[in-house]
Design a protein around this ligand. Structure first.
Ligand code: GLA
Length: 380
């Protein structure tokens, strides 16, 4: 990838620039909790985005995407927003940096990625984090990493129409090889947990159901949570986010909110607690509990939050049938991957069964990713 980027950069722009990279992410547990002020437990992975960048002395960005084989030029004013979605991520990062009083001037760039698209591994956060991190260094803005994550998140909100939480950008920027990170999305306190489950493997199974059309459903889930939190707040003013609410407080407002919002909130309140339980279990080396919590999350995401799909439910059921330790839909949902915690000796039989049975049922093979927990944003 690096060589392809450098060759293209050389052909298009001549003199080399600097190379930066950032990562996609997994999340062991804590889904749809970030925008509810709860906990998440992600880690950066060994696939991501790499970009070569050089200041060009103009007020224009000249960008080439190797994966789309497409060249785009845009200015840095609000009205210069490009048509291409991939270019909007870079444009959004420039604009959000400028809004925070950072300096951004024209630059030339070529980038490529190896995060599978639409698989729920946050290729877009990897792209945003790469440029947020790089522009901050190149223009010497001195913006801290939390703000860089916010720049990526605001890019999604303001230029891509997804009202996402902070998890993906945070993981992409703060990721550390061999560690998962528990983040409290309300206080932004975080803690690294070395993750090396001896005797187990972490494997992702990609249903290959693309989740990219999910933004409106995602925003709808978020609205349901805010509605439930607002109802609870009437009785308990201390509830700033849904994650502040106790389960019994939700029961008090059951008749005041739509049933759908109640179910969404029920899931979120349970999920926040599960992250804490998983962290405790990990510290004891109790992987059976970790796995059980993952199954509970899947149940909640499928039946209460309703962000699973037939293919993902099938993968989850098959994992359970085969005594896989833990399995659940990962990320925003509506397609993408399951994340599975599998005992070493069960790994091969599980993969074989998944390949055979999924392909037979759905007519296409799933993909298998053996991810390694790796470093986040960096200069190469
Ligand atoms: C997407 C969003 C994140 C988070 C997850 C669900 O990946 O970008 O902010 O809400 O979904 O946990």
């Amino acid at each position: 990838m690096k060589q392809r980027i450098q060759e293209k950069f050389n052909t298009l722009f001549g003199e080399p620039g600097d190379l930066y990279a950032s990562a996609g992410r997994i999340n062991l547990i804590g889904e749809h909790t970030d925008y509810n002020g709860g906990y998440v437990f992600p880690g950066a992975i060994d696939c991501g985005i790499m970009a070569e960048i050089k200041v060009n002395g103009t007020q224009k960005v000249r960008a080439f995407s190797l994966d789309y084989d497409e060249y785009v030029e845009f200015g840095l004013q609000e009205e210069d927003k490009p048509e291409q979605q991939w270019a909007r991520y870079i444009f959004g990062v420039c604009r959000e940096t400028i809004k925070r009083c950072g300096k951004v001037e024209g630059f030339d760039t070529v980038f490529a990625g190896d995060v599978p698209l639409g698989a729920g591994l946050s290729s877009s956060a990897a792209l945003e984090s790469t440029y947020a991190f790089a522009l901050n260094e190149i223009f010497g803005n001195g913006i801290d990493k939390f703000q860089l994550a916010k720049i990526g998140q605001s890019t999604e909100h303001n230029y891509c129409g997804v009202k996402c939480g902070i998890m993906d950008q945070f993981a992409s920027l703060f990721g550390k090889a061999g560690s998962l990170i528990r983040l409290n999305c309300k206080t932004m306190e975080y803690k690294y947990f070395p993750f090396n489950p001896e005797g187990y493997r972490l494997v992702l199974i990609d249903s290959c159901v693309k989740h990219e059309l999910a933004s409106s459903a995602y925003n709808k889930r978020r609205a349901s949570c805010e509605n439930a939190a607002a109802a609870i707040r009437k009785n308990h003013p201390e509830v700033e986010f849904l994650s502040d609410a106790k389960r019994v407080w939700l029961d008090e407002v059951r008749d005041d909110i739509p049933e759908e919002d109640f179910l969404r909130a029920e899931y979120v309140i349970g999920e926040v607690q599960r992250v804490l339980d998983v962290c405790d279990a990990l510290e004891r080396g109790d992987y059976e509990t970790v796995g059980e919590m993952m199954y509970q999350t899947h149940f909640g995401m499928s039946k209460l939050y309703e962000v699973s799909c037939e293919e993902l439910d099938f993968l989850n059921k098959l994992a359970r049938k085969m005594d896989v330790t833990g399995s659940r839909v990962m990320g925003g949902g509506f397609g993408g991957c399951t994340i599975n915690l599998v005992k070493d000796e069960l790994y091969m039989p599980f993969i074989e069964a998944v390949m055979d049975q999924f392909t037979e049922k759905f007519g296409h093979a799933p993909k298998v990713y053996n991810v390694v927990i790796s470093d986040g944003a960096r200069k190469l």
